[in-house]
Design a protein around this ligand. Structure first.
Ligand SMILES: [Zn+2]
Length: 361
């Protein structure tokens, strides 16, 4: 989703990128305006308006990113998607209060923009400008509607962002408030349930009022809320936990001269999916997965493990964090030997970690 974004500049050391689908918005705006009989100047005004709104969205994201920076949280980049902006924070702040402030500072930027535009209009046109009739007749046929519409859109942006559901800022504010008393996991759970209820209301009212965009937004928020809960649950489950909590003490190893046929029969009757391999000198020399054994069995059951196994095996001390072990399992080898005082005490693979996480939640 985040690939194919153009880098448009770096501000305060944060790269700002625009996703290519953003162009579709401009094309969409221009073609709908043209099909509704707008003249060229109106189309130009509308496109300028879309660009101005996206500038407001970038500033909103900088509101998050620069506040996060104050708490020592770095921002990977800011990406503009047709549905809005995303500031990708590298890590989340630990303290609920910090998360609350980071979440609030985005919408706060739009509040400030709205106030600035409001003050400008007030000093230029006086109080009488703000009556229902003027506001009702705002449109893009000339530039006079530009600023008032910009103000109204910024207010809408604030209201939309404060919907208390992930990934909206309102969802983060709600979670942070709950987390102050309940801890992060429970707070996220309650916040995502509240968010999902709101999503269902959005979806149903979207259908009822035939405002289908509302329903689509509802579905989108619903999915994000579920994902957020899963990722927090994972974080909480394995945070501060070491592989000592989940490695397998009981494991089977194959020797290099085991035949694929023997290995295949073994995996049919056992749950484990990865195995260490012992070489002719009696040392651990690599690993093999059940899948590799299955594939080799189809080719030639008389092959030996020595023909097919991965000659790569790393070991980690049992006090290694689960997070680091997961990283090593993804990038280095599918099985890791677990050591204690230089002795091998067991093995760990993704399955073992997965089972541990499931037990926690
Ligand atoms: Zn935001």
């Amino acid at each position: 989703m985040f690939e194919r974004a153009w880098h448009i500049g770096t501000f305060a050391k944060i790269p700002v990128k625009i996703h290519w689908t953003f162009l579709l918005i401009l094309i969409y705006v221009a073609t709908t305006a043209a099909s509704q009989g707008s003249d060229w100047s109106a189309i130009v005004i509308e496109i300028c308006f879309v660009l101005a709104m996206f500038l407001c969205v970038i500033l909103h994201e900088f509101g998050h990113a620069l506040t996060a920076k104050r708490f020592g949280v770095t921002t990977e980049d800011i990406i503009l998607l047709p549905i809005g902006g995303v500031a990708r924070l590298r890590n989340l702040p630990e303290k609920p209060m910090q998360e609350l402030i980071i979440a609030i500072m985005g919408p706060m930027v739009n509040v400030i923009i709205a106030i600035i535009v409001f003050s400008f209009l007030l000093t230029t046109f006086g109080v009488s400008y703000f009556n229902i009739e003027t506001l009702e007749n705002l449109n893009f046929t000339n530039w006079s509607g530009f600023l008032p519409l910009l103000m109204i859109s910024n207010i809408m942006l604030v209201l939309f962002n404060m919907i208390p559901a992930f990934p909206m800022d309102g969802g983060r504010v709600l979670r942070a408030l709950l987390a102050m008393g309940l801890g992060k996991l429970k707070a996220t759970k309650i916040a995502s349930i509240i968010g999902q209820i709101i999503c269902v209301i959005l979806i149903i009212s979207g259908i009822y009022f035939e405002a289908y965009t509302l329903s689509i937004i509802g579905v989108f928020i619903f999915i994000s809320a579920t994902q957020e809960y899963r990722s927090v649950a994972l974080d909480v489950a394995i945070k501060n936990k070491t592989i000592n909590d989940c490695y397998r003490k009981d494991y089977h190893s194959f020797t290099e001269y085991t035949t694929v046929k023997e290995a295949f029969e073994f995996i049919l009757h056992h749950r484990d999916r990865t195995f260490p391999v012992i070489n002719l000198m009696g040392q651990f020399s690599g690993s093999i997965s059940a899948r590799q054994i299955q594939l080799a069995f189809k080719k030639d059951p008389n092959l030996r493990i020595s023909d097919i196994y991965n000659r790569r095996l790393i070991s980690l001390h049992s006090s290694t964090g689960i997070m680091n072990a997961m990283y090593a399992l993804r990038s280095q080898s599918e099985l890791i030997l677990v050591t204690e005082q230089d002795a091998i005490v067991g093995v760990i693979d993704m399955d073992a970690i997965q089972q541990f996480i499931e037990m926690q939640s």
